[in-house]
Design a protein around this ligand. Structure first.
Ligand SMILES: [Zn+2]
Length: 220
C-alpha cells in the first residue's frame, strides 16, 4: 500500500507538477483506491460561444465546473475505484469532488493566510496533511473528521470570536474539489501539499488551528 501511494504521488502523478498529466477518471479512481477517500463526479466546463461555461447552465455560477451536478450527489459518492471508473467513463470531463465529513473534514482559509500558516508549520510541528488550493483563492487543509464540531471552541480558546476570522470548517454534507478539476476560466485545483504515504494519517484540527487562526487574524 505504501508503495502504491508513493507511486501515486510521485513526480508526474496526480499532484503538483503532474496535475495536468492525470485525467479526472484516473485521478478519481486513485483517490478511492490509494487514499481511501470517497469521490463523486461534479459539473464540468463546456465551450460555448467562444467561452467556457459550467455544465449546470447557470451563467452566474460561482464555481464553474467544480460543484455537484445533482441534488443526490452525496449518495452517489463512492469509495470504490471500480465504481468511480464506471462513473467517470460516462462523464470523463466531470470534476472530481471529495465529500467532507467522511474520511476527513476540511479547514478553509484565504490563500494568503494558508501560505502564512504553512510557513509557520514548516519551521515546527505540526506537519500539515494534504492541502489543496483552488482558483477561488481559498486553501483547504484536510484534517481528521470531527473538526466541524470543535473548531469554534478551539478558536474561542485561542482568544478570537469565530465569526471575526475568515476561517470555515467543512464537515458532513460538504465537499472539496480535487485536482485535476478545472475551475472556470481561472485555472485548476492543485495540491499545495500532496497526499503521500507520510501524511496519510491526517492531523487533528486541534493541531493545526493555532497557526491557521493566527494567520487569518493577521490577514484581517
Ligand atoms: Zn455551475
Amino acid at each position: 500500500m505504501e508503495e502504491t501511494i508513493t507511486a501515486f504521488t510521485g513526480a508526474g502523478a496526480v499532484a503538483g507538477r503532474g496535475d495536468r498529466g492525470v485525467r479526472a477518471p484516473e485521478a478519481a479512481a486513485r483517490y478511492a483506491e490509494e487514499c481511501h477517500w470517497d469521490v463523486c463526479p461534479g459539473t464540468w466546463l463546456e465551450m460555448n460561444g467562444g467561452a467556457w461555461h459550467c455544465s449546470c447552465g447557470d451563467p452566474g455560477c460561482a464555481a464553474p465546473g467544480a460543484h455537484p451536478a445533482r441534488a443526490d450527489w452525496a449518495a452517489e459518492a463512492t469509495g470504490s475505484a471500480t465504481v468511480a471508473r464506471r462513473m467517470w467513463r460516462e462523464r470523463p470531463e466531470a470534476s472530481v469532488l471529495l465529500p467532507t465529513g467522511r474520511s476527513f473534514d476540511v479547514i478553509e482559509v484565504p490563500e494568503t493566510a494558508g501560505f502564512l500558516a504553512l510557513a509557520r508549520m514548516e519551521r515546527r510541528e505540526p506537519a500539515p496533511g494534504p492541502v489543496v488550493s483552488a482558483p477561488d483563492r481559498r486553501m483547504r487543509f484536510l484534517v481528521l473528521p470531527g473538526a466541524a464540531a470543535k473548531v469554534p471552541d478551539l478558536v474561542r480558546g485561542l482568544g478570537w470570536a469565530p465569526a471575526t476570522l475568515d476561517l470555515a470548517v467543512l464537515g458532513a454534507g460538504g465537499y472539496v474539489a480535487a485536482p485535476p478539476t478545472r475551475w472556470g476560466a481561472w485555472g485548476s485545483v492543485r495540491w499545495v501539499c500532496r497526499p503521500t504515504a507520510a501524511n496519510r494519517w491526517l492531523p487533528d484540527a486541534a493541531e493545526l488551528i493555532a497557526p491557521l487562526a493566527y494567520a487569518c487574524a493577521r490577514e484581517r
